[in-house]
Design a protein around this ligand. Structure first.
Ligand code: ZN
Length: 273
């Protein structure tokens, strides 16, 4: 554990980039070997748009990273936040509690609020316009959404009282788990069901990308599935019934046009078509 802490305390930006790129490459290979759905799409064109949004997400996080650093340092120095108020406990338990709570505030809550708040939904909508969900969809976030998520993560770090190594560990895990649960792969059904009691499985997250309510408003989790199960937002739907997309935006020419995707949050709200 000591070596994990040391590594993530000083993790170079290059390594964080490699984790992200390595994750995409790894799941991309798995998708080619055993895809869940055989899409009739140009994988590289589709990836191009999603990787553009991944890069804007990286830029937003890189530019604002100093805010996270300052928040984590302040919390630790002033003994503020849940982890700081706990009695001395085993470092593994400490880490798991920290990861669970960072995932709750930085991912589950951030995601739920974006679905329930009209102006935020207009940014998050871009993520849902993807009709070919694969590992590159994980970070298809409008820059506006990246900022919203960053704010939630910062609040999470403050409430949790998380040291910076734990924030870096959480962020690295968050990237890889998101790539995993978006990947166009099919695990044996039993295995998927078993892991979905602990972590967000590929089948579990795919339900969130079904094009109509109430499914779109369910399964908000990213790393841990406990939050959906605890707060009653867990649903399931067989893979063969899933249609990716969002009912208000089903035009392929709009959903695969970068300029249009960037402008969607500022366009008039659309009715279901
Ligand atoms: Zn969503």
């Amino acid at each position: 554990m000591e070596s994990i802490i040391n590594y993530f305390t000083t993790i170079p930006s290059l390594h964080r980039g490699l984790i992200l790129a390595g994750g995409i490459a790894f799941f991309w290979l798995l998708e080619s070997a055993k895809p869940l759905f055989v899409f009739d799409y140009k994988k590289w064109n589709h990836a191009g748009i999603n990787i553009f949004f991944t890069i804007t997400t990286i830029i937003v996080n890189f530019v604002m990273a100093f805010i996270l650093l300052m928040t984590a340092d302040w919390a630790v120095q002033n003994k503020f936040g849940i982890l700081q108020w706990l009695p001395e406990i085993n470092i593994w338990i400490y880490t798991i509690i920290g990861l669970l709570l960072l995932d709750l505030i930085g991912a589950y809550l951030a995601h739920l609020v974006q679905h329930k708040t009209k102006w935020m939904w207009r940014f998050h909508l871009i993520h849902h316009t993807d009709t070919w969900i694969d590992t590159t969809s994980a970070n298809r976030h409008h820059p506006g959404e990246s900022i919203i998520r960053f704010i939630f993560t910062t609040i999470g770090v403050l409430v949790v009282g998380s040291p910076m190594w734990l924030v870096f560990l959480y962020q690295s895990m968050s990237v890889v788990f998101s790539q995993f649960n978006h990947a166009n792969i099919s695990l044996p059904k039993k295995l998927d069901t078993i892991i979905s009691y602990f972590i967000v499985s590929p089948d579990m997250h795919k339900v969130h990308h079904h094009y109509v309510l109430p499914y779109t408003d369910s399964n908000y989790g990213n790393i841990f599935s406990i939050w959906d199960r605890l707060f009653g937002t867990f649903t399931s739907l067989p893979n063969e019934k899933i249609i990716y997309g969002v009912d208000t935006h089903m035009q392929p020419e709009e959903n695969n046009n970068l300029k249009n995707l960037l402008k969607i949050p500022f366009q008039k709200a659309k009715k279901i078509n």
